[in-house]
Design a protein around this ligand. Structure first.
Ligand SMILES: Cc1cc2nc3c(=O)[nH]c(=O)nc-3n(C[C@H](O)[C@H](O)[C@H](O)COP(=O)(O)OP(=O)(O)OC[C@H]3O[C@@H](n4cnc5c(N)ncnc54)[C@H](O)[C@@H]3O)c2cc1C
Length: 463
């Protein structure tokens, strides 16, 4: 059991200190406590969930997910099992109706966008080749793939495949929507590896049963975090505990110090902070050159969500499903984010990548006006004014600094096959980016939490 008085400036001890109360940290704590290992979670924010953050719109009016939202119940077993255990109600992503690509027009959901014949053929060819490549990027033969594609950006890769200007624009929507990063700035090999972890590009981008965007949570995805937290022993989570220093000593174990001077001691530490934030923590002795390198060179994309909430789902009246792609304004993608049961009708607008970064520099009022005006242009029909709006810019969050998952340049991936997330002394590493399945997703976060907990448990139980 954890001991000591965690409030004030006194010390507390536990067998394991977990840095971060996102999904991965909560899952690690759950597994450790289930195995009889005591632990404390030090969470910088005043809430659990990290990149899961669900906001109620008022009593009985439903929730919007400012962070992670979608899952599926086919190949994301950990999220599915937890959702079922907690009895969470799920909403199937609406795909009834046509889609729109700005500048090109509308088309039936599930068919290819209405491009010229040349663009159409090239798009299908490029998509198929990228999909096939994803499945060759296995850790086992990583070196060979790196040698072949390690120097290319995603844009350069598809140019080599014959992509036209139009196809390059569409590929850029993939990378910005999935990682907040322009295809010109994103290592091809990282993108292929990222997709491979989620079962391939097509599966990740799909809304079908096994796809990345199949189901949402009626009461918000943060219900997963609350459910895990509520299953932990009382006072396991310390809020507003910003870890600034982690010291390890062969004889006395680990000492963790927070910004407000609180000190915590443990035998092991599990860090779940995203790699880009690792260099905000002083480790003594310092982490290996690999991790310092990774932390310094990983980048987070630009990622913002803007919810436009309407009194009715007007797009459905026009035979549209709410899926659109935009080029000439801040909005890259819109989706139907409604919850019909609670009378919540919303379009979620993804404002991502470089266009998002420029948009974020404007005043809040102008940002909203630009998003609404761009949605008007994309849809090109008489659209009612939203009755309510919500904006979330993840790059402005001190303890996220972007989303959804750090992007690693090819030269850092070189050490992937040497297990760049290996423990360092008494410190173990979790977090969605450390996962080899559904990296960047909730499932990846949960898998990584369980993996790190097992690493620690195996060591503690034999020592
Ligand atoms: C806009 C957006 C859309 C997304 N869409 C989806 C989706 O549709 N489906 C999906 O599956 N996933 C999606 N994701 C990704 C998903 O939310 C994440 O993969 C998952 O929540 C990550 O969990 P984690 O525990 O690895 O990291 P985090 O949630 O980032 O948790 C890390 C925790 O560490 C804390 N922390 C940081 N620094 C310190 C410190 N110094 N001291 C103490 N605590 C610290 C943070 O506050 C945070 O709580 C999305 C994310 C975003 C932001």
């Amino acid at each position: 059991m954890a001991s000591g008085q965690p409030d004030g400036l006194s010390e507390a001890t536990a067998q394991v200190i977990i840095i971060g109360g996102g999904l991965s940290g909560l899952q690690a704590a759950h597994d450790l406590q289930e195995s009889g290992v005591s632990c404390l979670i030090l969470e910088a924010r005043d809430r659990v969930g990290g990149k899961l953050w669900s906001i109620p719109l008022g009593a009985g009016k439903g929730y919007v997910d400012l962070g992670g939202a979608w899952t599926n119940n086919v190949n994301q077993p950990k999220v599915t099992a937890l959702a079922e255990k907690l009895g969470l109600q799920m909403i199937k992503q609406n795909i009834i109706g046509d889609c729109i690509v700005e500048d090109y027009g509308r088309f039936r959901y599930g068919s290819d966008p209405p491009l010229s014949r040349e663009d159409q053929a090239t798009f299908v060819e490029v998509r198929n080749r990228v999909e096939a490549l994803c499945h060759t990027v296995t850790i086992a033969d990583f070196d060979q793939v790196l040698a072949e594609y390690g120097h290319m950006s995603m844009d350069e890769l598809v140019i080599c495949m014959g992509a036209t200007e139009t196809v390059r624009r569409l590929v850029n929507i993939w990378t910005t929507a999935m990682l907040g990063v322009e295809s010109t700035q994103l290592s091809a090999i990282f993108f292929l590896h990222y997709c491979q972890a989620g079962g391939g590009l097509l599966q990740m981008r799909s809304d079908d049963a096994g796809g990345g965007q199949h189901l949402r949570f009626r009461n918000g995805s943060q219900s997963l975090s609350y459910g895990l937290r509520d299953g932990l022993e009382p006072n396991t989570v310390m809020y507003s505990a910003v870890v600034e220093r982690v010291e390890q000593n062969l004889t006395s174990g680990c000492q963790v110090t927070t910004r407000d001077g609180r000190i915590f001691r443990s035998e092991r530490v599990i860090s779940t902070v995203p790699s880009v934030l690792l260099n905000k923590i002083t480790f003594s002795p310092s982490l290996s050159a690999d991790k310092i390198w990774l932390s310094a060179h990983s980048k987070l994309g630009f990622y913002a969500k803007v919810f436009l909430i309407y009194s009715e789902p007007w797009w459905r009246k026009f035979g549209l499903c709410g899926l659109s792609q935009g080029f000439n304004g801040p909005v890259s993608l819109t989706r139907d984010a409604s919850n019909d049961q609670d009378g919540l009708f919303a379009l979620i607008c993804f404002v991502v990548g470089q266009r998002g970064r420029e948009w974020a520099l404007r005043e809040e009022h102008d940002r909203l006006a630009e998003v609404i005006a761009h949605v008007d242009r994309i849809y090109g029909v008489e659209i009612p004014r939203p009755i309510e709006t919500r904006e979330q810019i993840w790059n402005k969050e001190e303890f996220s600094q972007g989303a959804p998952c750090p992007v690693v340049p090819a030269y850092c991936l070189r050490s992937l096959s040497q297990d760049q997330w290996r423990p360092e002394g008494f410190i173990h590493f979790a977090g969605t980016e450390t996962s080899t399945v559904w990296k960047g997703y909730m499932e990846g976060a949960m898998v990584s939490g369980s993996r790190a907990a097992k690493e620690v448990f195996d060591i503690l139980s034999t020592s």
